[in-house]
Design a protein around this ligand. Structure first.
Ligand code: SF4
Ligand code: SF4
Length: 278
């Protein structure tokens, strides 16, 4: 069972929930797919090992064959290639590794070579397998790093929890693409509702099963809850607003350490999710 945890914006408590869930479940893999800013590892006392490089394939031109026709540069959607009088310039960081240029080159003058843009790390203890991806400083393409991180999803663990990047752009879409269920974490404020509506729209387009956790319940208004009721979106759980949760989070402790009585609520929620998936 693969479950992604998403939110319309950062700071909603997504990571705290992912760590809390991973800590109460048995036979679980936790994946931190927020590759621009992975911070699940700060909450876990695990020795991390380099597992793999995250790479994309970029073009390399063989000038023994290239006739400087310019077909490759004209057709690159991302303007990563530019024809100048004596060569084709490649702007590496603009190349999305789509492979089009090598396919359409009439002279077969382009081969694809790997370029490292990040890495995948892994750590484990008796109950938890943990992986995260991280993008190299200065790189912009987080989606390929997430795609390669997902190749390390365990086939043997009963539950896989994936902490998604915030927002609803390509990195979130890549993260939730193959999961069985999505948990949307949202705050009951006008901003929280606005961001959640965009996430909900995206998940509906992707035809994903999902439910909402209202975090920091009590700080805002009823609008987010009313929206969920009107749209028939299941409210899986409400986590009360608490300054103590914020304080402990800054010390590297997830909310379940402050509210251990919510363990039963989380376990019940997982049973409900399991029923929704089947
Ligand atoms: S399409 Fe091929 S032959 Fe034409 S400029 Fe590009 S690399 Fe050279
Ligand atoms: S691989 Fe795609 S993005 Fe990269 S240079 Fe070729 S056509 Fe452009």
């Amino acid at each position: 069972m693969e479950i992604a945890i998403v939110s319309g914006k950062g700071g909603t408590g997504k990571t705290s929930l992912a760590i809390s869930l991973a800590s109460i479940l048995d036979d679980v893999q936790l994946i931190d797919a927020d590759v621009d800013e992975p911070n699940c590892s700060l909450f876990l006392d695990l020795k991390m090992k380099h597992k793999a490089d995250a790479e994309i394939l970029v073009p390399e031109i063989n000038y023994d064959k290239c006739t400087l026709c310019g077909i490759c540069s004209k057709n690159c959607e991302y303007n990563a290639l530019m024809k100048v009088p004596d060569q084709i310039l490649l702007f590496e960081k603009m190349c999305h590794g789509c492979g089009l240029c090598s396919k359409i080159c009439p002279e077969k003058a382009i081969q694809e070579i790997p370029r490292t843009i990040g890495k995948v790390l892994q750590g484990e203890n008796e109950s938890l397998l943990f992986n995260y991806g991280v993008i190299n400083v200065g790189e912009e393409l987080s989606t390929p790093v997430i795609a390669q991180l997902k190749q390390h999803i365990s086939k043997t663990k009963e539950i896989v929890i994936i902490d998604s990047p915030p927002g609803s752009a390509c990195p979130m879409v890549e993260t939730v693409a193959d999961v069985d269920y999505v948990i949307v974490v949202a705050e009951p404020t006008p901003f929280g509702l606005s961001d959640m509506k965009i996430v909900v729209k995206t998940l509906n387009i992707l035809k994903k099963k999902f439910g909402v956790i209202i975090n920091k319940d009590g700080i805002g208004d009823e609008e987010l809850e009313n929206f969920c009721i009107n749209e028939k979106i299941p409210i899986l759980l409400k986590i009360p607003f608490s300054l103590e949760i914020a304080r402990k989070y800054s010390e590297g402790l997830p909310f379940i350490k402050v509210l251990p009585q919510m363990k039963t609520d989380l376990e019940t929620m997982m049973i409900i999710i399991q029923e929704k998936i089947l």
